[in-house]
Every structure is written in structure tokens, then in C-alpha cells.
Design a protein around this ligand. Sequence first.
Ligand code: PBG
Length: 324
Amino acid sequence: MLIRGRRNRASEGIRTLVREHTLSVQDLVMPLFVQDGSNRKTEVVSMPGIFRYSPDLLLEECRYLVSLGIQAVVLFPALDDSKKDKMATESVNPEGLYLTAIRRIKKELPELVVITDVALDPYSSDGHDGVVNEAGDIVNDETLPVLARMAVAQAQAGADSVAPSDMMDGRVEVIRRALDAAGFTTTGILAYSAKYASAFYGPFRDALDSAPKKGDKKTYQMDPANSREALREVALDIAEGADMVMVKPGLPYLDVLKAVAEISSVPVAVYNVSGEYAMLKAAALNGWIDYKKCVLESLTAFKRAGADLILTYHAREAAEWLKK
Ligand code: PBG
């Protein structure tokens, strides 16, 4: 007897019935870039369709995302060089661009989950996620208090969840303690646990003008050749108090995502990063692929691999398609 797998693929009805994973707008988190000014919207050259918004337009964009059913955004600040220094001091300026933007969004759209970024790079004159010493090393333990202050300032501004993207050792515990000590016991931590030293972050660094001035990020971000290490980082972050863990980038690391999803006792996020977005967009703009189908297929692959939430620059478009 011939075993016929095709019977379960015979019609859209049957395919729908046996489908294992469904992409929902509720899985999607939209990353957004904020810049100074008002009524200003600047397209990121290497990310067509993605903009840096002044705070007023950012709020408008968030309103639109909420109307699409998107529940969460993750915010990144694009600062002028004049605001950057070695210790990232602008990151805790309560009247600075980032913290005022967070306060404004949470005031106008309290139901929108706002996830904030904890790392030095957008504010650092060195373009690194940690403090750089005279020898040029990115120093772990000196960075931790800076991250903790940043996290508390963001919680104070109303962040629902702070997301350390810096890959310093021990930062989740230090941030958890600082948040609790400041009374922010309900502010969550989404840890970028398995974050690789990836070339796919290129367009993001264009967006924020945040590329390292010297060297690379390989002493803190993970080697793309490793997966066992990802499980260790995830286990540590969970032990230190992470409420959710993340794998980043996405598509080139689906095996890591799957392995993490299998062992994690907390929800697992994946970051479908800027370079991944740029690849599909560029191919689409050349007329080489069916953009919508490729995006939905990619996002579904994250669900299949075990992601509970997906940070993706396609979130806005995907939400529009899923709504119809
Ligand atoms: C840095 C940070 C990066 C991204 C998010 N946070 C880049 C980096 O590590 O250099 C990348 C996101 C993307 O490429 O979309 N803290």
C-alpha cells in the first residue's frame, strides 16, 4: 500500500485543519526608531519603509500600530553625535529624547506594551554596548552600574519591560536588583540572551549611526559558530531573573531558537533583525521575490521553531495583511 502524505494537503480546508502553527498579529513586536525634532520622519536608507520618527510622529505611528492589533513596540533612540560620550550619560537624562518619548507614549497609549533597550551603544561615543577603557577593552563590571541606572530610568519613564541587548555578564541580576530596589518590581526583563556577533545588524547601525568606532563586538556578542553556548547564556539569564529570553538574529539561527525553545522555562522571543529585513526588501524592490509570501513564510518559520514573540520590522506590514 502506498502511503499518501498528499491526502492531508488536498484542499485549503484540510490544510487549515492540520496546520501546526499559525501566525498571529499578537505575536509581533514592532521595533521603532526615535529621533529629535517635530514633524520629522527620515527613512533609513538601508531599510526602505522603515523610518526614524520625531516623538510626535512616533506617537502617531504607535497609534496606527495599536489600531492594527499590535500589542508591543521596542524603541531605540537615534542621537546626534553631540549627545554621545564615553559613559552614555544621555541615557539617563530624564528630559532627553528617549525617556520623554517613552513617557509620552505610555501616557497616550497606556495599553501598548513598551519595551526599552538597555545598552550603551546609541549613546556611546565609542559605539560599543559597554564602557571602553583606555586600553580599548569593553569592560564588563564597570558597565553593569550604567546599565542598571539606565534600566531604572526607563522603568521610571513607564517602560513595561526593559531589554538588555548588551551581552555583559551578570547584567540581568544587577538590573533586576536595581529595579526592585527602586520599587519597580512589576517591570519585566526581556533578556537578549543568545545574541550573536552578526553582520546582519548593519542596517540598524546605519539607522542609529551606532557602529563601533574601533574593533568589533566579538568579545561580548556570541560566535555564530556556537550553539551550546546559547543554552548556557539562556540558563544564566533565567537564573538571574529574566522574564523572557531572546535569540538574535532570527532566520540564520532557527536551530538555536528551536534548541532554546525546548529548554526555556520562560517565553522565548526572536529578533528578525535589520539585515534580514533589508534582504527581503531589496529583493522585493527589484521584483525578484513575492515579498508578502516570503515575509509570511519567514515569520511562520519562527513560530515553527518555537518563538512565542517575534521582533520584526515587517510587523507593521504583516499586521496589515493579517487584518484583511
Ligand atoms: C545594540 C543593538 C543592536 C541591535 C539591537 N540592539 C546592534 C548591535 O548589537 O550592534 C540590532 C538590531 C537589528 O539589527 O535590527 N545594543
